[in-house]
Design a binder for this molecule. Structure first.
Ligand code: PEP
Ligand code: MN
Length: 337
């Protein structure tokens, strides 16, 4: 339920109202929008009568939020959420490119790729240290050493880093990581989501292979209900009967999610397609349809990559693509972060 307040409400009266709501056993989220202040009620509001709140003279209208996701709902927070990562913005008219290898493989590789993607204009560096692989015999990542190499690359380039967590017991290793990624396979690992709700790190939450948009929003809600509101959603392709691509990019997820939630929405063209030549056309589509950013896999030597080489761009391909991305982002009236 949201209470939309009249213009310029008295602070004392707002405080009284917030206290009353807290006494009802509910949490509140106050959002000061461009035109109105909104109080969001979080918790079980099913027994409440919306009209009762109209007795408070600062309340203009009361709206029930019928969707199960409340904190993530755009009705609760009409303006886009803007996330600040070391001075770099995500959301709200900024377009952000996260780039780097699928997995961190060596110091040399990370140094090279980080310098290259930075020179081309990426604003965050990615690299997996813990890799969710289909085969237990495939490269599983360098774990703590991988995070160390990412931090080294950050020191040299200044790029904030994004890396995936698979097990909450490793959270301590992420202390200096800028953005924690929750991969498609863990989108509904609810214990992990709950724990990340108590973290102060922005979370990059990828849609599961066979999950609906409502389920993705409920996963964001798990994190937000713990108090962490800095979440980026990412559509990375879903499982369908089609075999020409690794996954089927659900491009309609962008306008739908942008309508339903205030959280930024990214596209990952690399995992969607699984083939490097498709990264460019999908990236263009993502910009045109209103995505807030892209996550792109770039490897200094894709043929030798230990993971996802077929879908990785080499630095030259990425550089060419970034020039095009910049033009298109500006054409859309946005700024490249
Ligand atoms: C990744 O980003 O490398 C990854 C494993 O992605 P996803 O969870 O989308 O498969
Ligand atoms: Mn990958």
């Amino acid at each position: 339920m949201v209470l939309i307040l009249k213009n310029n409400p008295e602070v004392k009266k707002v405080d009284e109202l917030l206290e009353k709501i807290t006494e009802m056993g509910l949490k509140t989220q106050v959002v000061g929008g461009a035109s109105h202040t909104i109080i969001g009620l979080i918790g079980d509001t099913s027994h409440l009568i919306p009209e009762d709140f109209l007795h408070y003279d600062i309340v203009d209208t009361v709206q029930r939020i019928s969707e199960s996701y409340k904190a993530a709902n755009r009705k609760m927070h009409p303006d886009d959420t803007i996330i600040d990562i070391g001075g770099r913005k995500i959301g709200g008219g900024t377009f952000t490119v996260i780039a780097g290898p699928c997995s961190v493989e060596s110091e040399e590789q990370m140094k090279e790729v980080a310098a290259d993607v930075k020179a081309s204009g990426a604003s965050l560096l990615r690299g997996g240290a813990f890799k969710p692989r289909t085969s237990p015999y495939a490269f599983q990542g360098l774990h703590g050493e991988g995070i160390r190499l990412l931090l080294e690359a950050k020191k040299v380039t200044g790029l904030p880093i994004v890396t995936e967590i698979m097990d909450i017991n490793t959270l301590d290793l992420f202390a200096d990581v800028d953005v924690i990624q929750v991969g498609a396979r863990n989108m509904q690992n609810f214990e992990l989501l709950k724990a990340l709700g108590h973290s102060d790190k922005p979370i990059f939450l990828k849609r599961g292979l066979a999950n609906t948009m409502d389920e993705l929003l409920m996963s964001a809600e798990y994190i937000m209900s713990g108090g962490n509101n800095n979440i980026v959603l990412c559509e990375r392709g879903i499982r369908t009967f089609e075999t020409k691509t690794r996954n089927t990019l659900d491009i309609s997820a962008v306008p739908i999610l942008k309508k339903l939630t205030h959280l930024p929405v990214f596209i990952d063209p690399s995992h969607a397609a699984g083939i490097s030549w498709m990264v460019e056309p999908i990236s263009k589509a993502a910009i045109a349809i209103g995505a807030d950013g892209l996550m792109i896999e770039v490897h200094n030597n894709p043929k030798k990559a230990l993971c996802d080489g077929a879908q990785s761009l080499n630095p030259e391909q990425f550089d060419t693509l970034m020039k095009d991305i910049k033009r298109r982002v500006e054409f859309e009236g946005k700024t490249l972060a």
